[in-house]
Each structure stands twice: as C-alpha cells, then as structure tokens.
Design a protein around this ligand. Structure first.
Ligand SMILES: Nc1nc2c(ncn2[C@@H]2O[C@H](COP(=O)(O)OP(=O)(O)O[C@H]3O[C@H](CO)[C@@H](O)[C@H](O)[C@@H]3O)[C@@H](O)[C@H]2O)c(=O)[nH]1
Length: 316
C-alpha cells in the first residue's frame, strides 16, 4: 500500500493553520508543520514540527531534501489588509517573493514528487466594483496586501504552466469561526465575552457596520483546502474561490452576538475604525470549487458566530 501523504504546512500555528492541521490529521495524513514559534501549539504523533522562518529561502530546499514531502499547503504570510499600507515592501516580500522562492525550491528539487502545492489568495484581488465575482471576473487589487496576493497568484500560475508544478490557488474570502483570529468577528466576539465577565463596559466598539462580506467558517475552508491540495488534473495554476456565496452585513454578526450574549450591550461606532474607500460589498461565487471537488459549506453564520463567542468565553 502507498505511504500516506506527507503534507508540509506553513503557518501551522495560525488561526487557519491549526484548523488545517487538525483536519489533515483526521484524514490520517502525516504533517510537517513549520512556524516561527519555538514549539507547536498542537501535539500529535503524526505531526513533526520545525521552528523556522519561511522568509529564509534556503529552508524549503533543506526540508525537501530531508523529508519525502508530497504536498504543500502554504498558509504562512501577512494577512492584515490595513497594516499593509504602512509596510508594502515587507508584505510583498512575505507573500509574493517567499512563495516564489518556495516554488523555485520545488522546481529545482522535487518537481516530480510534489503532487499538490496550494497557496492562499484573497477576495481583494478582484475589482470590487464587479461584485459578486467568479474566477473570470476582473482583477484590480487596491491595497499592498491584495497586490502581494495577486503577484503570488501570478507566480503560482507561472510555475504551474511553465514548469508543471501542480499549483492551485484558493482565493479566499472572509474566514470566521473559533480560534485566535484577528478579523472582525473575532474582535467583536472577544469584546462580548469580556463584557459578560465584567472586564469591559457593555458597549461594543467597532467600525463600519454596513459593509457586506462573504463570511465562511474556517472549518469549511480547510475542507476545501484539503480537496484542492489533492486535485490532480492539469492545467495547473487554477484559481478557486473559497467562499460561502452569500454576503452579510457586519451588522448581522452584531445582531447574532446580541442574541447569544448573556447580557445586553449597546453598539458604539468608532470613526477611527472605519476604513476609507473600502469595498461596500464582497461576495463570491463558489460554483467552480463545488464542481471540481464536491465541496459545500456546512456551517451557518449563526453557528460560526456562536462558536466564536464560546471560544473567547473559554479563554476567560
Ligand atoms: N477589523 C475590524 N473590522 C471591522 C470593524 N468594524 C467593521 N469592520 C469591517 O469588517 C470588514 C472585515 O474586516 P476584517 O475582518 O478585518 O477582514 P478584511 O480586512 O476583510 O480581511 C480579511 O479577509 C480577507 C478576504 O476577504 C483576507 O484576505 C484577509 O487576510 C483577512 O482575513 C471590513 O469591511 C471592516 O471595515 C472592527 O471593529 N474591526
């Protein structure tokens, strides 16, 4: 019988990385996790952890030489849209150039052995005037973050088409769900959990409540990633929207938090948290992903918000 896959998972200690690792281990895969922390947040007999920095380009070459890696799921990177305006060079280096170096290491050392290389793009690569979007919709990044992901996507596509590296790109929308995240749902749920404990006054402080985003539970997203990682059909370099297909205003999350909270609270908009010139609507079409993999989302927004609140309650 063939050996089970050995998946190199970058960013294993992150919000998505921890869910990804748990999912792949449940699928009986072996994992080589890499992260910047000195130790892994997760322990499992089929998980081997390497403490390292993927911005050091030699590290992947070494890992490919020392381990029979069959798949790569590349989650590590800079993911804060707002912060990217102050650090364009850093975000381009981390998201685009590091991925290029990873692709080059695979081409040079293991092009025939790697069966799937998945990297994560963003909904913000699309022209936000054309929502809802499918994978053929116009591309027009506006932030340094979105540009870095668009350039990363181009690198992935180039290595797929020119060098037949089996690359796939998960163009991901707004992920929510339990775990230590930095997105709006996590920030709001954390405040509510702290209010319930009396650590904060009963006032939810936030930015724009009217903008609409396509929220997808991280537990559904990692199943999509697992399927995309194992696609074998060329042409490589294909992009797949990973999204729920439905847009909800941020106020829908607030309403759900008010419903689940153990105490009443008021909502206060802090003008400083309102982002200038941001997309009023981000919504994707996931038909291509569904057709290629049979994937479908399973978590409702209500379940995701409830579980996120429970996660932050459990930390207090
Ligand atoms: N962070 C934050 N966002 C708020 C708040 N109030 C309203 N928002 C709005 O909530 C929306 C989502 O913001 P974030 O959750 O911070 O995520 P993001 O900037 O959309 O980016 C996330 O999703 C992208 C894919 O669509 C990812 O590519 C990116 O890495 C990140 O995960 C934005 O429109 C933001 O203005 C608040 O208090 N804090």
């Amino acid at each position: 019988m063939a050996n089970p896959p050995l998946v190199l998972l970058t960013g294993i200690n992150g919000f998505v990385g921890q869910h990804m690792a748990a999912y792949l281990l449940r699928q009986n895969m072996n994992l080589l996790g890499i992260g910047r922390r000195s130790s892994c947040l997760m322990k499992h007999p089929n998980l081997h952890y390497i403490s390292g920095d993927i911005t050091q380009s030699a590290i992947l070459t070494q890992l490919l030489q020392e381990h029979p890696i069959t798949h790569i799921v590349h989650l590590a990177g800079a993911n804060d849209v707002s912060a990217s305006y102050a650090n364009p060079v850093q975000v381009l280096h981390t998201n685009a150039w590091c991925t290029l170096h990873m692709l080059e290491a695979v081409r040079a050392a293991a092009a025939n052995r790697i069966l799937g290389f998945l990297a994560i793009g963003t909904a913000y690569e699309y022209d936000f005037q054309t929502m809802p979007v499918n994978e053929t919709s116009p591309i027009l990044p506006v932030s340094p973050y979105a540009w870095s992901k668009q350039i990363m996507t181009s690198f992935m596509q180039m290595y797929g088409s020119v060098y037949a590296v089996p690359t796939f790109i998960a163009r991901t929308f707004n992920l929510i769900g339990p775990g230590n995240a930095t997105g709006v749902c996590a920030l709001l749920a954390k405040q509510v959990a702290m209010m319930e404990k009396g650590h904060l006054p009963p006032k939810l402080v936030m930015g724009n409540t009217a903008v609409q985003r396509d929220f997808l539970d991280v537990r559904d997203a990692v199943i999509a990633y697992g399927s995309l990682m194992q696609l074998t059909a060329a042409p490589f370099g294909h992009v797949f929207n990973v999204c729920s297909g439905t847009a909800s205003p941020i106020s829908a999350i607030v309403d759900l938090l008010q419903h689940y909270a153990a105490i009443p609270f008021e909502v206060a908009v802090d003008e400083r948290l309102i982002r200038p010139n941001e997309a009023p609507l981000v919504q994707g079409d996931n038909a291509k992903l569904r057709a290629a993999t049979g994937w479908a989302p399973t978590f409702s927004l209500a379940q995701s918000v409830s579980d996120t609140l429970d996660y932050y309650r459990s930390l207090l």
